[in-house]
Design a protein around this ligand. Structure first.
Ligand SMILES: Cc1cc2nc3c(=O)[nH]c(=O)nc-3n(C[C@H](O)[C@H](O)[C@H](O)COP(=O)(O)OP(=O)(O)OC[C@H]3O[C@@H](n4cnc5c(N)ncnc54)[C@H](O)[C@@H]3O)c2cc1C
Length: 294
């Protein structure tokens, strides 16, 4: 499955992102998670990749499970941080043999493990890896974009110029980091279009799963917790898990409505390997006839 074919259609594309199960319990529950979310009829699922190759085997097994066992169109990620060209090649050859046709290419970040030594010829930026893959493979390639600017970037404008570089080197679609104000996304798309980035840009949706997780992720990902979201969270007890999840669902539904109204090419859900929020949000959008799902 080539993701770019899906984005050429007229209906919004629904994609769901997973990470490889991190322990035995998660592994046991993973089949059920995929089965449950498959009932939403997503257009494709995608599987993350731990920088430095930390989930190399787990990512492969997860892609295989979703694509081969569960018959879901699947995108495999590769995060190049610390990997040399021959290691990238080894990973990609396995995906090619499996029948994967779309690869999402990211740089990744330095693993927390102090012992990790990057390969001396590892790629410095995602754009370099995209150029390398484009030269040697026939995959459809995607890359990441940051509506609020990447945390290391000097400015949003500079970051968008580097995004253009990724597209110029062969990225054919962009999945955006999540955000809690649709205007960040709309302004970002405008700025991208203004400098000639003309590939589909897909908004990423991260429902609030817990206050603690949202705060932690906000620091790591640079996605601001807006006043509007904070106000909604302040209205419930942060320790009341169900109420917090419900706020996250309601907030995301409103965000998605606004995005779909502006005819975004699709919605990409960061499921965090949980089903409840994504199920509820997508089902509600389906009931409102904004998304075609089960
Ligand atoms: C949709 C999505 C999925 C993700 N999936 C994963 C995953 O599976 N695994 C994982 O480890 N991480 C993942 N990440 C996180 C990502 O790896 C980090 O955000 C990482 O810090 C940047 O990756 P990138 O590919 O955007 O990097 P790049 O595009 O290389 O950019 C990194 C930084 O360098 C700057 N830059 C780019 N080119 C140059 C240049 N030529 N000179 C100077 N500066 C430059 C950019 O402005 C930016 O600040 C994901 C992020 C998103 C949005």
């Amino acid at each position: 499955m080539r993701v770019t074919d899906l984005y050429q259609g007229s209906k919004p594309v629904l994609s769901l992102e997973f990470f490889p199960p991190r322990n035995e319990k998660a592994d046991k529950e993973f089949d059920g998670l995929i089965d449950k979310l498959s009932t939403l009829n997503p257009d494709y699922m995608s599987v993350t990749f731990g920088a430095g190759g930390s989930t190399r085997d787990g990512s492969y097994q997860t892609v295989k499970k979703i694509m081969v066992d569960k018959h879901q169109p699947t995108v495999a990620y590769i995060a190049g941080y610390g990997l040399g060209p021959e290691e990238v090649t080894a990973v990609l050859d396995k995906y090619k043999d499996l029948g994967v046709e779309t690869i999402f290419v990211i740089r990744g970040d330095k693993p927390k493990d102090d012992q990790f030594t990057p390969h001396p010829d590892s790629f410095s930026y995602a754009s370099e890896m995209i150029a390398f893959i484009r030269k040697h493979y026939d995959f459809t390639l995607g890359c990441a974009g940051y509506p609020e600017g990447h945390i290391e970037a000097k400015s949003l404008e500079e970051d968008i110029n580097f995004l253009k570089n990724k597209v110029d080197h062969g990225a054919e679609y962009i999945v955006a980091q999540y955000f809690y104000d649709n205007d960040y996304f709309f302004n970002y798309v405008k700025k991208c279009r203004a400098i000639g980035i003309d590939v589909p840009i897909i908004p990423g949706i991260m429902p609030v799963y817990s206050v603690k997780m949202t705060r932690m992720l906000s620091k790591v990902c640079g996605s601001r917790i807006t006043d509007a979201l904070q106000k909604r969270l302040d209205a419930v007890d942060a320790d009341d898990a169900n109420s917090v999840v419900q706020v996250g669902i309601d907030f995301a539904v409103e965000q998605c409505r606004g995005l779909l109204k502006e005819k975004v090419p699709g919605l990409h859900f960061y499921t965090m390997d949980r089903s409840e929020s994504t199920m509820a949000i997508v089902q509600r959008l389906g009931q409102e006839k904004l998304l075609s799902c089960s």
